[in-house]
Ligand binder design. Structure first.
Ligand code: PNS
Length: 165
């Protein structure tokens, strides 16, 4: 009997923290793939606000522990992580053209490192075009509310971490 192959994609990123823009992409990717692996890059050099464990926990809560979303983290090269997991398709979101150069360089670097890696792009939902983790953190630091731009769990954790409440 032929077993149906489960289609999977790796959605890598810093997710420091996850935003509604990221979640929009995960949701849409689930219409195309059976499983989405949200892979949190554990790179202490980037000096993240949240630890990889904290980021993973927020993502799991934000996706409501959907069994089709695997939340994982990795250190080192993405291509090595892809090899380890046996998943060779990588998903990245693109907002405006300003994202393009960075994504283009990263895609070519990954393909140079491993010819089997294929990166696909989805355009971020229009509502989330200006939303990215850095602007969210800056807004909270400046005292603004980010409700509606990030999942509730993230909004709460940001307040705790940045404002100590
Ligand atoms: O959310 P980000 O910060 O734009 O995600 C970037 C990320 C984590 C996907 C990228 O930096 C990455 O893949 N890091 C792992 C190291 C690596 O593989 N580098 C070579 C490709 S540039």
């Amino acid at each position: 009997m032929n077993e149906k192959k489960v289609s999977k994609v790796i959605y890598p990123g810093s997710f420091d923290p996850i935003t509604n823009g990221h979640l929009n992409l995960v949701e849409r990717a689930l219409h195309i793939f059976d499983e989405v692996i949200v892979a949190v890059a554990n790179n202490p050099d980037k000096n993240p606000l949240f630890t990889a464990e904290e980021r993973k926990e927020m993502i799991s809560i934000a996706v409501d522990h959907n069994p089709r979303v695997i939340v994982d983290s990795f250190e080192g090269l993405l291509v090595d992580y892809a090899k380890r997991t046996g998943v060779h398709t990588v998903l990245r979101g693109m907002r405006a053209m300003s994202d393009f150069e960075y994504e283009y360089e990263m895609t070519f670097m990954n393909r140079k490192l491993d010819r089997d890696i294929e990166t696909i792009f989805m355009i971020t939902g229009l509502r989330w075009f200006f939303v990215h983790s850095q602007v969210i953190k800056s807004a909270v630091k400046a005292g603004a509310s980010v409700d509606g731009l990030v999942p509730d769990i993230v909004s709460n954790r940001l307040s705790e971490k940045i404002n100590g409440r």
